[in-house]
Write a protein that binds this ligand. Structure first.
Ligand SMILES: [Zn+2]
Ligand SMILES: [Zn+2]
Ligand SMILES: [Zn+2]
Length: 345
């Protein structure tokens, strides 16, 4: 038996190359055969326009500003921003024990569509290409500010992920400092390049396309796969097949293909349990600190919490909070379930 098949029956740990940490996999706890769609919750019946939604065109937001009658994407500064551009410089370091510093930033909201009841997976491809263009534009615009060193684009979808409004939208937080996870990923990619002379994610993608077992979807310019070191049950990584570092680097055909794979992937997710699949997703792009980051490879993470059904989610508790992340279903099985989601439903 090959080592991976043996591991598929044995508690083991896998190394997350991007974060430089281990995830515990316990496949023996998951010997029950997969039963496909376990339950079905009636789909979102909300109207295409909601007079009470602060993101719908023409509506008034919390602080009295009225949205324009937008017809495509729409960006505005978050009315309740977590970061402020004018935060004054303050720092403390008391006895090497109490360390803090003020942080400048800009928080924006980007509406994907004027239509209240759509999701990425339900939108037409040209509309999603417009979203990709808007993401690229925001990264370029915010990243060009001399004090902005990282731009994080992310979407929380569904009540389970804390999304307060079903209107399709994402957030963009631009920071003066590089946040924990992108900083670790960028460092590990850079170290891999120095040690091996190749881009980590280019090499990884080449291996995955050869092995196929963890690949969920692909088109000419993008691949969606369950990473070997995935923590969340149906976590996926979306990788550009060409080495590039940012959304603005993408050529028109690549933007088209990114829109295409995002539509297909979110559509697939919705078929796993027959419900709008909750997730947090976001892009990791090169830091905008003015330095060269030749190891950074553009990618998106999808981190959905559902485990066995529309109502049974994975919790990060106990061992995970105190020791290390752990999963039961193997990434290889998760990829197979995702690949088959459309035909099984
Ligand atoms: Zn709305
Ligand atoms: Zn690369
Ligand atoms: Zn990443």
């Amino acid at each position: 038996m090959d080592p991976l098949s043996l591991l598929a029956q044995t508690p083991h740990r896998r190394y997350n190359l991007l974060l430089g940490e281990w995830v515990l996999v316990s496949p023996q706890r998951n010997q029950r055969p997969w039963q496909g769609k376990v339950e079905s919750v009636t789909s979102n019946q909300s109207p295409s326009y909601d007079p009470d939604c602060y993101l719908c065109p023409g509506n008034q937001r919390a602080r009295g500003v009225r949205n324009p009658a937008y017809t495509s994407t729409f960006v505005f500064d978050n009315d309740f921003a977590a970061l402020l551009p004018a935060a004054p410089p303050v720092s403390i370091d008391q006895d090497n024990l109490l360390i803090a510093e003020s942080e400048r930033g800009i928080c924006r909201v980007l509406c994907f569509s004027p239509q209240h009841n759509l999701s990425l997976g339900q939108m037409k491809k040209p509309a999603v290409v417009s979203v990709v263009d808007a993401w690229a534009q925001q990264y370029a615009e915010l990243g060009a500010l001399d004090w902005v060193n990282h731009v994080q684009i992310f979407e929380n979808r569904g009540l389970l992920m804390g999304a307060s409004n079903p209107h399709p939208h994402c957030q963009i937080w631009a920071n003066a400092t590089i946040p924990n996870l992108p900083q670790r990923e960028e460092r590990h990619q850079q170290e891999f390049l120095q040690r091996h002379g190749h881009c980590l994610l280019c090499n990884y993608l080449e291996l995955e396309r050869k092995e196929k077992v963890r690949v969920v979807l692909e088109n000419a310019n993008f691949v969606a796969l369950v990473p070997f070191w995935a923590v969340w049950p149906f976590e996926t990584l979306v990788l550009s097949t060409r080495h590039c570092a940012t959304l603005p680097d993408l050529a028109p055909q690549e933007r088209h293909d990114l829109a295409g794979i995002l539509i297909r992937l979110t559509h697939l997710y919705d078929h796993v349990f027959g419900v709008p699949f909750p997730y947090s997703m976001g892009f990791h792009q090169q830091s905008t600190d003015g330095r060269e980051h030749p190891g950074s490879h553009f990618h998106a993470h999808f981190l959905p919490p559902l485990l066995r059904s529309a109502t049974v989610r994975k919790f990060m508790v106990g061992y995970e909070l105190l020791a290390a992340p752990q999963r039961d279903v193997t990434p290889e099985s998760a990829a197979e379930i995702l690949r088959n989601a459309l035909s099984a439903s």
